[in-house]
Design a protein around this ligand. Structure first.
Ligand code: ADP
Ligand code: MG
Length: 440
C-alpha cells in the first residue's frame, strides 16, 4: 500500500478538483488537516482546534470520505482528532482534562442582564461560599438560556477557590442510566454508585427534571440528597421547569428541592441579546456591524444558544469568503439556525426507551410479546404515547410493536385513557414522560 503521505496527497488532489469546495475554503479548512493513520474501517486525521473540527465535520466530512473512497476504492469512516484535546490529555495526572466548552463556561463570559441577574447572583454566592449560602440551589428555565453555563461556571470557580474539593457534575439522564445499570448488575455496583455520588463536596446535577416519575432513581436520589445535605455538602440542580411543575416528582423530593433557593432564568431582553451577540463576536474575532447586531437581536429572541450558533456561522462565512456576509446571507443564516435548533423528532424507539427507563423494564421486552404485568403495562403506555404524540395510525403502531393486531393497540390505548381519568399519579407519570421526550 502507498504511504499515508502519498495517499493523502491524492485525496487532496481529488478535493482540489472538486467543484463544491471553493479555493478559500480549501485553504482555510482542508489544508490544516494532517493525516494520521488508518484504523480498521476508519481513517484518522487531526486538526488543531475543536472549532476546526466542528466546521469540518459539519461541512466537509462527507467530501473527505468520498475522496478517500475514490482514492482507495473502499468506503472508510472519518475520525477527526483534535490536538488541543491531546495536549489536555497530557496534563499531569490528577488534573482532570476538561472539554474546551466546559472551560469556556465561566462567570467572566456570562453576560448579565435583567433576565438572568438573579440566578447569576445566586450562582456566584454558591461558588464563593459552597454550602454556606444556599443549599440546594435550584436553577430553572427554558432550554438555551444559560443553566448549564452557570453550573459549569460554579464548578470552574470552586475549582479555583477550593482546589481540594471533590466535585461531581452529572446529568439527570446519565444518573438514571447508571442507576438502572447498577440495579441490574447487583449489590456491588449499587455500592459503587452510592460511593460515587455520596462522597463529594459539591454535587451538580443538570436537567434533574429527567428523574421525575422514575421511581427507583427518585428513591436513590432522595437518599443521596439527604446524605450530602446533612453532611453540609453543596448541591446545585438545574431543570427546565420548577419543582411544582414536575408532575410525578415525589413529594419529599419536591419539598427538598424547594427548601433552598429557587432561581428562574428568563429569555433575555433586547439589550441583553445585543450584548451577548457583541461579546460572542468579540471572543471569536468577528468584525460585525452594529446594525447587523441589532438586526439579529430583533430576529432571534428566545434562545441564547441560537445567538451563539449564528455568530459561529457568520464567522465561518467570514473565514471562507474573507468579507462579512450581506444582510441577505445573515437572513438565511438565521433561518438555518432556527432549523438546526428544532427538537429531535419523537420516534417509536425514543418512546420505548424512555418508558422502559421509567418503569425499569428492558426495552426489548416492550417490543416482545411478554405478558408479565409490568411489561404489558409499560407497553400499553408506550403505545398510548406513540399514538398521542405522533398520531400514527393504529395499524402502524401495531407493526412497530412486534406486529400486533391493531385491535390490541386500540384496547391498550383505551385502558390507558381509562386509568388516566381515575388515577392522577398515573396521569402525572405519563405527562412527565411526554415532557421529557419533547425536550431536546
Ligand atoms: P441551557 O442549559 O439553559 O439549555 P446553556 O447553558 O447550554 O443553556 O446555554 C446555551 C448557550 O448559550 C451556551 O453556549 C452558553 O454559553 C450560552 N449562554 C447562555 N447564557 C449566556 C449568557 N448570559 N452570556 C453568554 N453566553 C450565554
Ligand atoms: Mg443545559
Amino acid at each position: 500500500m502507498e504511504s499515508m503521505k502519498e495517499m493523502w496527497n491524492n485525496v487532496l488532489a481529488y478535493l482540489q478538483q472538486s467543484n463544491d469546495i471553493s479555493r478559500v475554503a480549501y485553504n482555510v479548512w482542508i489544508s490544516c488537516i494532517e493525516p494520521r493513520s488508518i484504523e480498521e474501517d476508519a481513517v484518522v486525521v487531526s486538526v488543531h482546534t475543536d472549532f476546526q473540527r466542528k466546521i469540518i465535520r459539519e461541512h466537509y466530512a462527507d467530501r473527505i470520505k468520498e475522496a478517500f473512497s475514490a482514492v482507495l476504492g473502499l468506503p472508510l469512516e472519518l475520525k477527526i482528532i483534535c490536538e488541543q484535546e491531546d495536549a489536555g490529555a497530557q496534563k499531569p495526572a490528577g488534573v482532570p482534562s476538561l472539554a474546551e466548552e466546559e472551560e469556556e463556561y465561566t462567570f467572566g463570559n456570562f453576560v448579565v442582564g435583567p433576565s438572568n441577574k438573579f440566578p447569576h447572583a445566586a450562582s456566584l454566592a454558591v461558588a464563593s461560599n459552597p454550602s454556606g449560602a444556599y443549599n440546594p440551589l435550584f436553577i430553572y428555565g427554558n432550554s438555551g438560556l444559560g443553566k448549564t453555563h452557570l453550573l459549569f461556571a460554579i464548578r470552574n470557580e470552586i475549582r479555583k477557590t477550593h482546589p481540594t474539593f471533590k466535585m461531581l457534575y452529572t446529568k439527570g439522564e446519565t444518573m438514571t442510566n447508571e442507576l438502572i445499570e447498577a440495579l441490574q448488575k447487583g449489590p456491588a455496583q449499587i455500592q459503587e454508585f452510592r460511593a460515587k455520588y455520596r462522597q463529594v463536596d459539591v454535587l451538580l446535577v443538570d436537567d434533574i427534571q429527567f428523574i421525575s416519575g422514575k421511581t427507583s432513581t427518585q428513591e436513590e436520589f432522595f437518599h443521596t440528597f439527604d446524605t450530602l445535605y446533612q453532611a453540609k455538602k453543596q448541591i446545585v440542580l438545574t431543570s427546565d421547569r420548577p419543582p411544582k411543575e414536575m408532575a410525578a416528582l415525589e413529594e419529599r423530593l419536591r419539598s427538598r428541592f424547594e427548601s433552598g433557593l429557587l432561581a428562574d432564568i428568563q429569555p433575555p431582553d433586547l439589550e441583553t441579546r445585543i450584548a451577548i451577540i457583541r461579546r460572542k463576536a468579540e471572543q471569536i474575532g468577528l468584525p460585525i456591524d452594529e446594525k447587523d447586531v441589532a438586526y439579529i437581536a430583533e430576529q432571534l429572541k428566545s434562545n441564547i444558544r441560537q445567538l451563539e450558533g449564528l455568530v459561529k456561522k457568520l464567522w465561518a462565512y467570514y473565514q471562507i469568503e474573507g468579507t462579512m456576509p450581506s444582510r441577505l446571507t445573515i437572513q438565511s443564516a438565521i433561518c438555518d439556525v432556527r432549523n438546526d435548533d428544532q427538537p429531535v423528532p419523537i420516534t417509536v424507539d425514543r418512546v420505548i426507551n424512555e418508558v422502559a427507563r421509567t418503569f425499569n423494564v428492558d426495552p426489548e421486552d416492550i417490543r416482545s410479546s411478554k405478558r408479565s404485568g409490568e411489561v404489558s403495562n409499560a407497553r400499553q403506555i408506550a403505545q398510548y404515547i406513540v399514538r398521542t404524540v405522533t398520531n400514527q395510525p393504529m395499524k402502524k403502531i401495531g407493526e412497530d410493536f412486534g406486529s400486533r393486531d391493531h385491535s390490541t393497540v386500540v384496547y391498550a390505548i383505551q385502558r390507558v385513557e381509562e386509568r388516566i381519568a381515575r388515577d392522577p399519579a398515573y396521569k402525572a407519570r405519563i405527562q412527565d414522560i411526554i415532557k421529557n421526550l419533547s425536550e431536546k
